[in-house]
Design a binder for this molecule. Structure first.
Ligand code: ATP
Ligand code: MG
Length: 576
């Protein structure tokens, strides 16, 4: 069951991608490969394609990275990035790092994070970025699982690294000033000193397309994070999706707000824009509506990629905040990471006069799979259509394709270029992604409509069976968010002797609203009237905040565990 959606037409203008059907009919990944210099030789290196290739052309003096936080405001050209990453590659080689070694990053967003990630790739080592807010257990788990031999971190974070208890960890490189231990069972180096000592010329390691490139741990929304390995070949998809979905053009200033600790922050915060030779803005520090709008105004951001949690917060901050800033540079706005409520899209049309383009993918897919494209009519609340060259389908429990309108498993025909190649040290888990011959199972539930648009319904684990009906939590949550008092909502199924499950909603209110029995009643009947009686929450709890991952995803499993008084499981990625 879907609420009938209205459609928002694209703005007229030149999008990189032709209309959807034409793009799909003509598409071949082999053609995309020809955009790269390695097409002929077979040997490749992501960092070369993202940085050095441009530094060898007129783009050498083009700004690759604008970096700003409360203390720094800097810019780096493609040539600067080339030399700095070369130096870092030499630093790693000088301490004995080799191709295939895991080099992890535990740093706040800073230019050094970007140059050292690229330098790691240049010597053929595998990079593993960790989110700076991780506490000791989260850091330990990932360094243990990956058997990383090098860690790049800072004196302010070193307290959270149990380096004497990690037998594989040999070297720690500290970025920035500050007191830090200088000995232990590992060798310590200072980033600035080592960079000073090393040459800006480097013999890059040419690797095979299938060689390991990046190890990303998933967000932990549904359980213990999985170490997903991607290879250099992922660049084919990251390049082409960034070109068509982010619609990147030569003169763009592109801002992706995701941290590189999450896959969006690398695939589309590093690789996508730089493979396309585009200027990339990184803003450190914490979220505030004023700061974000001010950043767009100051840097004249033209393409902006963020997440539903941020858009919902901006919406909660009110339209007045928008009016204080000049956002006219914005040409294209995107959202990813969680379902984007139709309500937020309508609000975006009102205040930004832009569509917010939702798109769907996951750590495991390495690149976008389903999207709303700039030139395609948009149905608010839908994830859009599969990328040309990718096949997605809705399958039942036996792997048979379901007809339009029915909810089932969202699966992808295996073999897309940026598909995960393994789960690190867990081949069994990797195999579980492929329950049906030739298909990858996302563990998300979705449906497809008659026009070929995909609609997200919920995580496989989160779908609620109540009085014999299957209800996707997203539909109910989206309805709740339409109510003027609601900032965010999460819905779970609670076991019930009569109905199987009942729906319980957790709601965070917008500023200016307070909890009352009447409001709870009103919200429940709002869903009943707008959706269906069986979808109306029978229990409601208004909370100050909802538990979320560091990447901003609502953790329904945690709400469920709290509700049922069960152990909450792995909380390493939970925002505190
Ligand atoms: P874990 O796998 O550890 O439980 P996670 O699935 O949240 O965590 P990610 O790989 O970061 O880790 O997130 C991918 C998931 O995010 C998708 O499977 C999907 O559930 C959700 N998601 C991403 N984008 C969208 C979107 N546009 N609409 C709906 N859901 C989305
Ligand atoms: Mg997942």
């Amino acid at each position: 069951m879907k609420v009938v959606a209205d459609t928002i037409a694209p703005k007229t203008g030149q999008a990189n991608m032709p209309d959807y059907d034409t793009a799909r009919a003509d598409f071949s990944w082999e053609e995309v490969e020809k955009s790269f210099s390695w097409h002929e030789t077979g040997k490749v290196n992501m960092a070369h394609e993202a940085i050095d290739r441009h530094a060898e052309t007129w783009r050498r003096n083009k700004v690759a990275l604008y970096y700003s936080d409360d203390e720094r405001d800097e810019k780096y050209t493609f040539q600067d990035m080339k030399f700095l990453s070369n130096k870092f590659g030499n630093v790693l080689r000088s301490i004995g790092t080799e191709k295939g070694d895991r080099v992890f990053l535990f740093l706040s967003r800073s230019p050094e994070l970007y140059t050292s990630l690229l330098g790691t790739l240049k010597i053929g080592a595998i990079t593993g970025p960790l989110f700076e807010a991780f506490m000791e257990q989260a850091v330990r788990d990932r360094l243990e699982n990956s058997e990383a031999s090098v860690l790049i971190t800072s004196p302010s974070l070193i307290d959270r690294v149990p380096y004497n208890e990690l037998p594989h960890l040999e070297n720690i490189i500290l970025v920035g000033d500050g007191d830090a231990p200088e000995d232990g069972d590992v060798k310590f180096f200072r980033y600035e000193q080592e960079m000073e000592k090393n040459s800006r010329d480097l013999n890059i390691e040419w690797v095979d397309r299938e060689d390991g490139m990046i190890l990303h741990y998933t967000s932990g929304s549904t359980g213990k994070p999985k170490g997903v390995l991607h290879v250099h070949n992922a660049m084919i998809q990251q390049y082409q999706t960034a070109k068509w979905i982010m619609d990147l053009k030569e003169d763009d200033i592109y801002w992706c707000t995701a941290d590189p600790g999450w896959v969006t922050g690398t695939s589309y915060g590093i690789f996508g824009p730089w493979l396309n030779g585009v200027s990339n803005l990184v803003r450190g520090g914490r979220f505030s509506p004023e700061d974000w709008y001010g950043t767009i105004e100051k840097y004249q951001v033209s393409v902006w990629l963020s997440a539903p949690t941020a858009f919902r917060k901006l919406m909660g901050a009110g339209d007045e905040a928008v009016k204080k800033f000049d956002l006219s540079s914005l040409r294209h706005v995107l959202s990813v990471g969680e379902p984007l409520n139709a309500e937020v899209i309508h609000w975006g049309m009102d205040v930004y006069n832009r569509r917010i383009h939702d798109h769907w993918w996951m750590t495991e897919t390495g690149g976008v799979i389903i999207a709303n494209y700039p030139a395609m009519p948009m149905k608010p609340g839908s994830m859009g259509k599969p990328f040309p060259g990718v096949e997605a389908a809705i399958l039942d429990e036996e792997g048979n394709e379901l007809p339009p309108g029915q909810m089932g498993k969202l699966c992808i025909k295996s073999g897309w270029p940026s598909m995960l190649r393994t789960v690190w040290n867990n081949e069994e888990r990797f195999k579980k992604y492929f329950p049906f011959e030739g298909w990858f199972d996302s563990d998300d539930l979705a449906s497809r409509d008659e026009d070929g648009y995909f609609w997200f319904e919920g995580r496989d684990d989160d779908v609620i069976t109540t009085s014999g009906e299957r209800v996707g939590p997203f539909e109910v949550e989206s309805k709740l968010v339409e109510h003027p008092s609601v900032a965010e909502a999460a819905v779970i199924g609670k076991p019930d002797p009569v109905r199987g499950h009942i729906i319980k909603a957790f709601v965070a209110l917008k500023d200016g609203y307070t909890r009352s029995d009447e409001l709870e009643q009103e919200l429940s009947s709002f869903v009943k009237k707008g959706l269906a009686a069986h979808a109306a929450p029978r229990e409601m709890e208004i909370r100050d905040f909802l538990p979320k991952t560091r990447s901003g995803k609502i953790m329904r499993r945690v709400l469920k565990a709290w509700e049922l008084d069960e152990p909450a499981g792995d909380l390493s990625t939970m925002e505190k």
